[in-house]
Ligand binder design. Structure first.
Ligand SMILES: Cc1cc2nc3c(=O)[nH]c(=O)nc-3n(C[C@H](O)[C@H](O)[C@H](O)COP(=O)(O)OP(=O)(O)OC[C@H]3O[C@@H](n4cnc5c(N)ncnc54)[C@H](O)[C@@H]3O)c2cc1C
Length: 381
């Protein structure tokens, strides 16, 4: 059923992405989970099919579409039930490429955005540090100007695509004494001397998405790789967070939908006490509750997406969507697992991965606690 927010062209895209997900992602998820990364060919394939350029202008290889088209892509990939794949593709296309387009020079757009849209270069965004997570302004990595270079020193943790990325947008302090007013962003090429992947981190879920610990040791970055204005990095990051949080909410909706679909199929098939378990009223009512909460988070998310898409103030609504969708999606995944009984806890059932994967969404891109902080502040509590 078509939602009023989307036009015919969005629905056509939805069908195309759905076919792609079923044919080229779902059959491979186990293999990629095992390998703990997705192959380069998947990035290239998404580039070839135009999925990374949905909302970017044609002159950079994009499709010239809108945020709604990009949202459809994210939601449909999430319906694969493999959040690791979405994390890898989503961070590249939804978190790294937008600031390159918005704040990049023409030269930076040609060098990173165009191959990024084509899926030929993969990017990461490195903000979080061992001692600076929610409190972004307290980050300690420094960038000291030396002639035509900035010299970066510090480390970054939990960086999605950090292990395999061709380039990383790194947040560093150019004026350490100025707090959030002293942060700048730099595009750091993988081969830059002094940039090293310290460790590929092992996670509870999202196995097909690589997560890195990155080290910058006197890493000399050309001054031409400063992204946007010096000392404006914090504001650029905050601007990007709105779209990133919407993507998290959309991903959660897609994952909750996948969880419900698996639960429904299982409830129809599994026979106990002489009948499919779905016929027990307790199970039927549970499924009805899950479906209702799924529609609640979908509509909350679509409402925030509509505000964002139409350029209206939406800080509170996006934070609410991120908070509710990620928390409720994990609850729905847990209930779907419960409905599978012992089989739900087994690796061969996709619900086990969906439950593990949905857990992290309440932590990344601003934790649920931080979302409540923002909402309370917006409410002028
Ligand atoms: C799988 C994964 C992928 C990630 N990918 C990236 C990436 O690509 N790039 C990147 O830069 N980062 C990435 N992150 C980092 C992520 O954004 C941070 O983990 C997140 O911002 C929280 O920071 P923290 O882990 O340091 O927790 P902390 O900030 O230390 O928080 C610890 C706890 O304290 C709570 N807390 C903190 N401050 C407050 C407050 N003011 N009020 C109430 N409670 C508070 C938090 O909600 C949390 O429960 C990733 C993390 C994970 C797990």
């Amino acid at each position: 059923m078509k939602h009023w927010l989307f036009q015919e062209e969005h629905e056509a895209l939805r069908q195309a992405v759905r076919r792609f997900v079923q044919k080229e992602i779902v059959p491979n998820t186990e293999k990629w989970e095992e390998a703990q990364e997705i192959p380069r060919s998947l990035f290239r394939r998404c580039g070839e099919l135009g999925f990374f350029g949905l909302k970017f202008p044609e002159e950079y290889g994009g499709q010239g579409g809108d945020y709604l088209a990009a949202a459809v892509f994210k939601e449909e990939v999430a319906r694969s039930g493999c959040l690791g794949v979405l994390a890898a593709l989503g961070v590249h296309s939804g978190v790294v490429l937008p600031p390159l387009y918005k704040f990049g020079t023409e030269e930076q757009r040609r060098r990173y955005l165009v191959p990024g849209i084509a899926g030929e270069k993969v990017g990461a965004l490195a903000v979080t540090e061992p001692n600076a997570g929610s409190d972004v302004a307290s980050l300690q990595t420094t960038a000291r100007r030396e002639g035509d270079f900035y010299v970066l020193n510090g480390s970054k943790i939990f960086i999605t695509n950090g292990v395999n990325a061709d380039f990383v947008i790194v947040a560093a302090k150019t004026r350490p004494e100025a707090g959030h007013r002293g942060i700048s962003l730099f595009i750091v090429d993988r081969r830059t001397p002094g940039f090293e992947v310290g460790q590929k981190l092992q996670k509870a879920g999202l196995h097909s998405s690589d997560t890195g610990y990155l080290i910058f040791d006197n890493c000399r970055v050309p001054a031409a790789n400063l992204l946007g204005e010096e000392n404006r990095g914090f504001y650029m990051l905050m601007e990007g967070f709105q779209w990133e949080r919407l993507l998290l909410a959309l991903g959660a909706v897609g994952m909750a939908e996948a969880a419900l679909a698996h639960a429904l199929t299982y409830a129809r098939q599994r026979v106990q006490f002489g009948q499919p378990i779905g016929r027990f009223q307790a199970v039927g009512h549970r499924l009805a509750e899950m479906a209702t909460r799924l529609e609640m988070i979908r509509n909350l998310t679509y409402h925030a997406l509509w505000l964002f898409h139409t350029g209206q103030p939406c800080l509170k609504e996006v934070s609410m969507a991120k908070l509710a969708a990620t928390e409720i999606a994990h609850q729905i995944a847990g209930e779907a697992l419960q409905l599978h009984g012992g089989y739900g806890y087994m690796r061969e059932y996709p619900i086990e991965r969906i439950w593990r994967d949905t857990r992290v969404a309440t932590i990344v891109a601003g934790t649920s606690e931080i979302m409540r902080e923002i909402i309370a502040r917006e409410m002028k509590v």
